[in-house]
Design a protein around this ligand. Sequence first.
Ligand SMILES: [Zn+2]
Length: 289
Amino acid sequence: MRMIPKSLALGAGIIALLAACSAKPAETARPNIVVTYSVLGSVVSDLVGDSATVTVLIPDGQDPHEFQPSARDIETINNASIVISNGLDFEEGLLEVLATAESNGVPQFRVGNSITQRVVEGEHVVADPHIWLSPMNFIQALPALTSALNDATGLALDATTEVEELTQIDRDILAKMKTLSSCVMVSGHDELGYFADHYGCTVIGAIIPGLSTTSEGTAKQLAVLKELAIANKVKAIFTGLGTPQNVADQLANELNIKAVTLSTHYLHDAANYREFMLNLANQIVDALK
Ligand SMILES: [Zn+2]
């Protein structure tokens, strides 16, 4: 049945007229799934295949921690069949817009609420938002994610194939990481925790000692990090998005080791999640072997 706008539903005569004049509605469009960042977008695309349109909001190359939506982005969010975001305050600049859209009835799914969160204790206890850096988190969230998608779109998606794909990615990374005799890392900001926990690495510290690129470090913290790096015989500094390159380079120079730029927050030149994660593992293994 077609919806008749309330303002037009004045009498049987008008309704009859509308019925007579209107052609049969066109085939309803495919559901439009909006995903906040590209890495998550790749996993969602793999899950839904051709059954829906997947729109990634934050352009690849921009910092998802800091991204601010345009008026057009807000319209995209408000017109979505469902919005899938990371949650755990990862998309700091989208928090308000997403909350408003949700209160206006746009279904939302925050993946970070369906995983075993890595908790960091500082001034406050906070959950690490970098959930995509272990495929296990996606495997854990997929049942809830799939049912939220099905509820919002009327699709009948099944997560089995995607779980198998993610399991295979995990096996392939594990095989690579096993070639290292030890995996001790310094990262740009505190971003590699889920990866390190799952693949047997230790992150001794970060140049920006915080879960977001919007945090800032001090000279004193950097001096402590340098001593830790020496004591732990760290072989490389991993840097990237949001880390001042000159600070990373200087620290690496002082330690006489290399600074390796990782792409940890967006697909970069990877075709999909598999390539993204294997590129990451390859770079880490190459730098630490
Ligand atoms: Zn980050």
